[in-house]
Ligand binder design. Structure first.
Ligand SMILES: [Zn+2]
Ligand SMILES: [Zn+2]
Length: 153
């Protein structure tokens, strides 16, 4: 029972100053994400990942294969580049309680560092790198996740 009535932003405040990346598939150079955040796995801080809250429509798709990781009870499925078919990351189909409770950015789409090429996304003026707080809101409300507003305050 928190603040369901309160209007929440998709972006957790502490993530608003994080840089937005564009990700290209490392195998075929297709752009597979235009709003990625650099992330570090909670369970393994050595692993660098990129994540997003919305998958690029038509650029990536999930495979039928579902599995669990060693780290927790999240139900995961592979995410593949639709152009070349290579697995470029995974989608958290069903987050576990541990992950819901822990501090996270609410992103359910994760990209493996070795499978992508990160590029700086510039702001509308093309002068500076875009930050998450700069992303125009309104077009991604459908993706409001279940994890928002839960932590990192
Ligand atoms: Zn989990
Ligand atoms: Zn590809």
């Amino acid at each position: 029972m928190s603040d369901n009535a309160q209007k929440v932003d998709n972006v957790v405040p502490s993530f608003r100053r994080k840089q937005v990346f564009i990700l290209d598939c490392a195998y075929c150079d297709s752009t597979i994400c235009r709003r990625a955040m650099k992330a570090v796995l909670l369970a393994d801080s050595q692993t660098e990942l990129f994540s997003t809250d919305i998958q690029e429509e038509g650029a990536v798709d999930v495979t039928d294969e579902k599995f669990y990781t060693d780290n927790c009870d999240c139900l995961i499925e592979h995410m593949a580049c639709t152009v070349c078919g290579n697995v470029v990351g995974y989608h958290v189909r069903m987050p576990c309680l541990k992950c819901i409770k822990s501090c996270n950015n609410g992103h359910m789409w994760m990209f493996y560092r070795h499978a992508i090429i990160p590029l700086d996304r510039l702001n509308a003026q093309g002068e500076k790198v875009m930050l998450w707080g700069d992303i125009p809101t309104g077009h991604h409300n459908h993706a409001a996740g279940m994890l928002e507003d839960e932590c990192c305050r």
